[in-house]
Design a protein around this ligand. Structure first.
Ligand code: ATP
Ligand code: MG
Length: 297
């Protein structure tokens, strides 16, 4: 069974999100989306098309002026239970987040608490959800997730400013994996990193997915990157999902003119899928170049 035929883990139906400002903005318009168990679903589209708004709404992390005007969001738990996310009470929602569905936020590199060590931040998240965990279990779990994302467990004692950008990002991914959620939403998780670090991290996300079998919604404006790592790709334009297909199908036979335009705007997209990625890298993404050697050491 491939991931695209696996049972669904999340269903989004007819989701509309409006920013109720002076001139209301419909940032997500009637979105339908099914995420399958263990699938990597790419969500692409240019800046402002509504990717982050959609991700926040799925987590119910949206805040006024954002309002969910319509739709249904259903989480299909491994246990067989269906959870109506929009109907959850606050307490249930807090228990649900991180545990069943976690998110790596856009700009997450700077989302760690600057005055807490990596150890303290992992511990706090663990204990908030698993209050009965022993000190030893907390330590072992923290060390384990760091190892999985390629960070030396000796870094547990480090403060965020002592880590490279790539390592901070890995710690955020470790945090998102901490409670073994069934879905991870990653909003532009690597765009601020240099190319080598970015590729290393992506490779690890794919490997972890293979190992641990969570589903990923991977958000980026970088379509070539998505073609490489995704099982399926949704293309968003002005709040609407205008095309949704397997990466292969999209690459070979894009239907929507906007998708064609997106594909056409990457001159490196010729030849076989997988053979071309990350050649058209943005010049501005070369920050933290010094970090890459440490990452891979
Ligand atoms: N607080 C807000 N008030 C009003 N409009 C907003 C607010 N936040 C976002 N928007 C609008 O909603 C639309 C979607 O924004 P969103 O951040 O979801 O896009 P995005 O696809 O994630 O973009 P990017 O690629 O730049 O991260 C945009 O038109 C944006 O201007
Ligand atoms: Mg965004």
């Amino acid at each position: 069974m491939t991931t695209t035929t696996a049972p669904p883990v999340l269903t989004v139906e007819d989701l509309t999100v409006v920013y109720e400002v002076e001139e209301p903005v419909t940032a997500v318009r009637g979105a339908d989306l099914t995420l399958h168990r263990g699938e990597i679903l790419g969500l692409a589209g240019e800046s402002g098309c509504g990717k982050t708004t959609l991700a926040y709404a799925v987590n119910r992390l949206h805040r006024p002026p954002a309002r969910i005007a319509s739709g249904r969001i259903t989480f299909h738990d491994r246990s067989g239970e269906d959870v109506d996310i929009l109907a959850l009470e606050d307490r249930e929602l807090r228990a649900f987040r991180w545990d069943k569905l976690s998110m790596v936020f856009q700009g997450a590199m700077n989302a760690l608490n600057p005055v807490g060590t990596v150890r303290a931040q992992l511990r706090d998240t663990l204990l908030a959800h698993r209050p009965r965990m022993s000190r030893k279990e907390v330590r072992e779990r923290s060390e384990d997730v760091l190892r999985r994302v390629g960070v030396d467990p000796r870094r547990l004692g480090s403060y965020p400013h002592e880590l490279s950008g790539g390592m901070r990002q890995r710690v955020m991914i470790a945090m998102a994996m901490l409670l073994e959620p069934q879905i991870m939403i990653m909003d532009e998780p690597t765009t601020a990193l240099d190319v080598v670090v970015q590729r290393d991290i992506l490779r690890e996300i794919v490997r972890l997915r293979d190992e641990l079998d969570f589903a990923v919604v991977f958000i980026t404006h970088d379509l070539p990157l998505l073609l490489e790592i995704s099982d399926r790709i949704a293309v968003m334009l002005e709040g609407e999902i205008v095309e949704l297909d397997t990466a292969e199908g999209l690459y070979r036979d894009a239907k929507h003119p906007y998708t064609k335009k997106l594909l056409g705007s990457f001159p490196s997209l010729s030849g076989e899928r997988g053979a071309f990625i990350r050649t058209g890298v943005d010049e501005t993404e070369t920050a933290a170049a010094g970090a890459s050697t440490e990452e891979r050491a």
